[in-house]
Design a protein around this ligand. Structure first.
Ligand SMILES: [Zn+2]
Length: 167
């Protein structure tokens, strides 16, 4: 590859990274605005920890694995995953109090079962199979906070696809 072309590609990549960073920040801020103060403060305190920032920005390891390594509280984990769902899939995001409270109440909950109508990843109690894959143990019974739908899909696959891509 010629040097000028290499430089141009590098510049394109940097622009892409910057654009992505801005979209992640915007999605995170929008999600934050849906939260009640106590939930928002808990998440932002966790996100502000230096080891959390460093680990979340590491490339190459699936996002879910990075969150597990950090022993992320369920609500913080949901915040990060929902932010990435907004960025990667263009889904609407919310952690309105009623839905957000599921996470502190159930430390095994992850936002991975899509609402049948709009795709919002509903809280889902998850376990691991023998190979370490996520399995759905219980679905949230309440309404979808985005569209009011009541049926979620009993599979963790869709959101997991993004989660495994990492950032
Ligand atoms: Zn919905």
């Amino acid at each position: 590859m010629t040097a000028p072309l290499g430089r141009r590609l590098h510049r394109l990549e940097a622009a892409h990274d910057e654009d992505r960073r801005q979209r992640i920040t915007a999605a995170g801020e929008a999600l934050f605005r849906t939260m009640e103060p106590a939930h928002g403060e808990a998440v932002s305190a966790w996100l502000g920890r230096p080891e959390v920032r460093a680990t979340l920005c590491t490339r190459g390891t699936p996002l879910l694995e990075r969150l597990a390594a950090l022993e992320a509280p369920a609500l913080a984990q949901a915040f990060v995953l929902l932010t990435m769902c907004q960025v990667e899939q263009g889904l609407a995001g919310t952690l309105a109090p009623e839905i957000a409270q599921v996470y502190p109440d159930d430390p095994d909950a992850l936002p991975v079962a899509p609402c049948r109508a709009c795709g919002y990843p509903m809280p889902t109690r998850c376990g691991r199979d023998r190979r370490g894959g996520l399995i759905v143990l219980a679905l949230y019974e309440g309404q979808c906070p985005i569209c009011g739908g009541e049926h979620t899909v009993a599979t963790a696959m869709r959101s997991l696809d993004i989660a495994e891509e990492g950032t």
